[in-house]
Write a protein that binds this ligand. Structure first.
Ligand code: AMP
Length: 522
């Protein structure tokens, strides 16, 4: 396995990577970066979650010249992706003066025109809106040197292929083109053949691997409710200890800090810590001095700890082999272990790919309820008290109780003492916990992509009718519907989402067979 330094990236980008906290290149980065830096066209088959944005983003930052104006065009299927990828590019360009802009439909075009006029180096946009700018002559692609087609299969599904063809016609032929796609249907291959120059084909499909006796679960989360969900899992099922994996050094540090602040006994290990710190943390974990060890893949490599009951993928790993490596730390020596993976909607395809290559299934796990957290904490607390009672030897404490009891009710003295201890132990009051709403659980939403839209004369009513015709789906499972020309996005609740993407619809609307898929909403 190569290091970032060995891939040929500049000092500036290496410094940025260090700041972001990536420890080593992902598989796709290892393959793609050197080829792009050599100036060759690349076709890469990779899913979201494999680190593909950085695979083209980091070399692109190195290749671009600050003074040369607009040189790079990144095309992708949705507004959310455009915003996200533009944000990543800004992050990667930390030590270079490069400007980027996200250009997508739905935002006032005047604002985009103003930004373009002020001068940018990178345009990240959706094909429809880019074409719109080209037609208005508010965007000039004649000096473009790099074109990236990201999530090409999604753009195909969303009917953007003609737009892409028109856009590419307007770009200087003397350019480098990079195409990223999770799948490679014939039409994508045809585009590549027509518009790319002897591209290098790169695919990082994992080897097939097997998993042991581990019970595997996954839970759908959003970036915003990840920490909350994670702590609820720990509390509701009273999990005593486990190994937790994060993607980056920074995310290990952040999670350690948050969990410590919430009263959990955890420590973190990653490549920036020296060997002594790492060994120390590991032995504390082995001896039960700390309950949870938070680690990056690199830091956990070669770590020899038996008997881990739970492995958590706080971040889903980038490939199936890393997954197997991580979860292989539990369920050893014939014992059953549990692996729980937190997955964001956009990472769902990666989860499916991991399942395919491990030939095993991850079972969806129910979102823990506050009611269960409450019960589990109360039981734990009661046990703490009764254990202490059996130990006896109250000495001076009894004296204080006696003194307080002269002027107070004994029940009140006990309740006050419990309140103090409980709040210190769990960082939350029992009364507050009881009153907490289960709201975090209801706003879980799945964004679905339907291949029919306004041009098929589909109305929102039709979509509701269609979805509720599926057994078990009711109107109030549907949160909102966005109808576009050739497609529609629908947000539904988690359970309905899962049901719908696993349902084969045999319905046609105005002659078009309807497909439902999970949308890539970054
Ligand atoms: P992507 O496949 O581009 O959607 O990336 C998925 C996630 O992986 C993003 O959150 C990235 O920040 C993260 N990531 C990308 N490269 C690396 C790396 N080398 N090490 C750790 N995390 C990474």
């Amino acid at each position: 396995m190569k290091t970032f330094e060995e891939l040929g990236l500049s000092e500036k980008v290496l410094k940025t990577i260090e700041g972001i906290g990536y420890e080593e290149p992902t598989r796709i980065q290892e393959e793609v970066i050197p080829v792009l830096l050599e100036g060759k066209d690349v076709i890469a088959q990779a899913q979201t979650g494999t680190g593909k944005t950085a695979a083209f983003g980091m070399p692109l930052i190195d290749l671009l010249k600050e003074e040369d104006g607009l040189q790079a065009l990144i095309l992708l299927p949705t507004r959310e992706l455009a915003i996200q990828v533009a944000g990543e590019m800004r992050k990667f360009a930390k030590f270079k003066r490069l400007k980027e802009v996200a250009i997508y439909g739905g935002q006032p075009i005047d604002r985009q025109i103003r930004t373009l006029k002020m001068g940018v180096n990178i345009v990240v946009g959706t094909p429809g809106r880019i074409l719109d700018h080209l037609n208005r002559r508010t965007l000039n692609l004649s000096k473009i040197k790099y074109v990236i087609l990201d999530e090409a299969d999604e753009m195909l599904d969303m009917g953007f292929i003609e737009d892409i063809e028109s856009i590419l016609k307007g770009v200087n032929e003397d350019r480098q083109t990079m195409l990223f796609s999770a799948t490679m249907p014939a039409q994508i291959k045809a585009i590549a053949k027509k518009h790319m120059k002897s591209p290098v084909n790169i695919s990082v499909m994992p080897k097939e691997v097997t998993v042991s006796t581990v019970k595997q679960y996954y839970l759908n989360v959003t970036e915003g409710n990840k920490l909350d969900t994670f702590t609820k899992i720990l509390d509701a099922s009273d999990i005593q200890s486990g190994l937790v994996f994060c993607r980056t050094k920074k995310s290990v540090d952040e999670l350690v800090e948050s969990l410590q602040a919430l009263g959990y006994s955890v420590e973190g290990i990653h490549g920036d810590y020296n060997q002594t710190h790492r060994l120390n943390a590991i032995s504390k974990f082995k001896d039960g001095v700390i309950d949870f060890l938070i680690a990056t893949d690199v830091a956990a490599r070669g770590l020899d700890i038996e008997n881990i009951s739970h492995v958590f993928n706080y971040h889903i790993p980038e490939n199936a082999e890393a997954y197997v490596h991580r979860i292989g730390r539990t369920g050893r020596a014939g014992r059953t272990g549990v692996a729980i993976t937190l997955v964001q909607p956009r990472e769902f395809k990666l989860l499916k790919m991991i399942e395919q290559y491990t030939k095993s299934k991850m079972v969806p796990m129910a979102m823990p309820k506050i009611k269960d957290v409450y019960e589990s904490r109360v039981n734990k607390f009661k046990k703490l008290i009764t254990d202490t009672i059996s130990e006896g030897k109250f000495g001076e404490y009894s004296v204080i109780v006696e003194q307080l009891a002269e002027e107070n009710d004994v029940m009140e003295v006990c309740a006050a003492a419990l309140k103090l201890v409980f709040e210190k132990e769990f960082k939350v009051g029992l009364n507050d916990l009881k009153e907490m709403k289960e709201e975090a659980h209801t706003n879980q939403s799945y964004r679905l992509f339907l291949n029919v839209g306004r041009e098929h004369n589909v109305t929102k009513k039709d979509i509701i009718k269609l979805l509720t015709s599926v057994k078990g789906i009711a109107g109030n499972d549907i949160f909102d519907i966005d109808t576009f020309n050739g497609f529609t996005f629908v947000n539904v609740n988690e359970e309905a989402g899962r049901k719908l993407i696993n349902t084969k619809l045999n319905v046609k609307i105005n002659g078009k067979k309807v497909n439902i898929a999970l949308a890539k909403n970054k």
